[in-house]
Design a protein around this ligand. Structure first.
Ligand code: MN
Length: 129
């Protein structure tokens, strides 16, 4: 198993925060700034986990999750997807899970929670024996 994390996020500040946090633990961050680019990157690159913003400039994160799950590539049927969103409305978590996400995290991003959630799926290369 590799340690490539794809983050689909249109906010550069969040992107930089997550990039620094994950690279500090030895992960490699692949970046997509909109939904369509995110789906294409998931299909074209080796991706071990996806962090997915919900509010994106083109298609929303729910649609991104559905397209990834339905892409026909076996590994994308199983790749872990963590939804990350500012939508605190009740029902959003359920919507994310119904779209194919495994876990739901709310913004603002808490770095310790991020590490814990990512490591639950993809062990940090720096803590592997
Ligand atoms: Mn956004």
């Amino acid at each position: 198993m590799g340690n490539n994390i794809l983050y689909i996020e249109d906010n550069p500040d969040n992107m930089m925060l997550v990039k620094r946090a994950l690279e500090a633990h030895g992960y490699i961050l692949l970046q997509a700034m909109n939904g369509l680019d995110g789906v294409a990157t998931a299909e074209d690159q080796e991706v071990d986990l996806i962090l997915l913003d919900i509010n994106l400039p083109d298609i929303d994160g729910y649609e991104v999750a559905r397209r990834i799950r339905n892409s026909g590539k076996t590994r994308l049927a199983y790749v872990p997807i963590i939804a990350v969103t500012a939508n605190a409305l009740k029902g959003d978590a359920e919507k994310a899970l119904n779209a194919g996400c495994d876990v739901y995290m709310s913004k603002p991003i808490n770095i310790r929670e991020l590490w814990a959630r990512v490591e639950a799926f993809v062990p940090s290369p720096m803590t592997k024996d």
